[in-house]
Design a protein around this ligand. Sequence first.
Ligand SMILES: [Zn+2]
Length: 255
Amino acid sequence: MPRRFSSCWPGDCRAAVSLTFDDGPMSQLKIAVPMLTEADLPSTFYLNPRGDYYLDKLAPWRDVAKAGHEIGNHTMAHICARAFRDDPDAPGLESLTLADIEQDIVESKRRLQQIAPSQPQMSFCYPCYMEHVGRGPTRQSYVPVVARHHIAGRGKGEFPFANHASTVDLHYAWSWPAERMPGSQMIGLIESCIGKRCWGILTFHGINEGSLGVAESDFRELVNYLKGNHSRIWTAPVWKVAQRILDWRRENGIR
Ligand SMILES: [Zn+2]
């Protein structure tokens, strides 16, 4: 018979939700952050601290961290598979080693800690949701590298499945890309977590911006829904949910 456990989530909450945002486009600062802060929905923003002037470029995110949102690591170089392109000499995960990716991840984290010095933990986000280097006979997962340096890693999930606190691989947690998704669909996914007491993660890029964006009206619908459901849905940054899961597993003898 499967073991039974008390709920992992605080108070009477029946599900956990993390709203995650990739790449730091301007609409996140201008639209998403003020809306989320006003609604008391702390979220996670994955940034790329690249170039010599990263401190200047990322300066506006210091206040985002101070407001209680998580600043997360999305690597400096944001390298994805070369197979997206038709150029055999293009940079890509296929030509990287685990040592290469580790070097980037460690330096990227160090830089982002300068933006969010008071944040106790930092989660990671796989560029293009891809967790491998090499190809064919040399292909290897870099999830273990992420696990060495971060409390959690966010990947891409399977519709309609969310993460169970007892079984999720915290270093490749599933998320749902909210690309061009209507507000009602985002809410439906979160509602599906409530019955299963799961952790749902939504991934955003731009708001009213870019090919992967969502409309501001749909985003507002989601924010209003989460704001009105504080008592039954715990909305928290990825690092915080991961920490709670680790503590809860320890208390319940789950490895
Ligand atoms: Zn990205």
